[in-house]
Ligand binder design. Structure first.
Ligand code: F6P
Length: 254
């Protein structure tokens, strides 16, 4: 903490809290857009933050992305907690295997010496497929587990970057662009005001559910995500934000 003061990170945290109207933020040194190790530092901070809040038998839902993969990399077991269950927050969102919520969930559980359950659903569901899937007993059971999570750990992305990274259809792309989306988190696209302009149809945690989860931790850094973080946090004032200096400074400049 003395180090954080020397680096001016404490001051950045105070400013970010004021700008975003949130109570909890951790800023790590560096900019993850420029240096890949900064993601690991956010991962380390996130693991510490998780451990402070986990209890025996906690259920932790996680999303995908490279930042969450870094959180999984930095996970270590904690003798103070037992029987932690890790689950993916939502079904497939069009990520590569290594960045899928299922992969990250299994890896995090292994590193934490906890348990995991996976959710196997195709990435792009038609309405009919969606409706019948949620009636499947095995899926229903898994959904109940996911919805009873006491912690959600998720990434935030720039809307267009995410839409392009996924195999987004032209029609959906138009909706995202016409809606002036700037942020994306767990399959929801948000405009500058933090309003949902589009959502990917998949099963699992929905935005309304997040509002009732005890601990929600958002992990996102890099100057290129400043706009996205700002927009997303407008509708998530209870969330804990773990970010980096690059994003924090860009947010202050906005
Ligand atoms: O696709 C999963 C996801 O968590 C998105 O919701 C988020 O926008 C993105 O990954 C973040 O990815 P990254 O950490 O690689 O920037």
């Amino acid at each position: 903490d003395v180090m954080k003061e020397v680096l001016g990170l404490k001051g950045l945290e105070t400013k970010i809290k004021r700008i975003l109207h949130i109570d909890d933020v951790i800023v790590v040194a560096g900019d993850s857009d420029l240096s890949p190790w900064v993601k690991k530092e956010m991962g380390r901070a996130c693991v510490a933050c998780m451990k402070e809040r986990l209890k025996d038998n906690s259920i932790v839902a996680v999303t995908g992305g490279t930042t969450l993969a870094a959180v999984a990399d930095m996970m270590t077991p904690d003798p103070k907690q037992s029987d932690i269950l890790f689950v993916p927050a939502r079904g497939g969102l069009g990520e590569h295997v290594e960045n899928q919520a299922n992969t990250i969930c299994a890896k995090m559980a292994e590193k934490a010496m906890g348990n995991y359950r996976l959710l196997h659903v195709p990435d792009y569901l038609s309405n009919e497929a969606y409706q019948s899937l949620i009636e499947e007993p095995a899926v229903k059971e898994m959904l109940q587990l996911i919805k009873s999570s006491n912690m959600v750990v998720h990434g935030i992305g720039d809307a267009i970057t995410m839409a392009e990274r996924r195999k987004t259809s032209e029609e959906e792309m138009a909706k995202i662009k016409n809606g002036h989306a700037v942020a994306e988190a767990f399959g929801y696209y948000f405009n500058q005001e933090g309003e949902v302009v589009h959502k990917v149809r998949t099963i699992g945690i929905q935005l309304e559910d997040i509002k009732h989860v005890e601990h929600v931790i958002a992990v996102a850094g890099g100057a290129s995500k400043a706009k996205a973080i700002k927009a997303y946090m407008k509708q998530a004032p209870r969330s804990i934000l773990i970010t980096d200096e690059g994003a924090a400074k860009a947010l202050i400049r906005e």
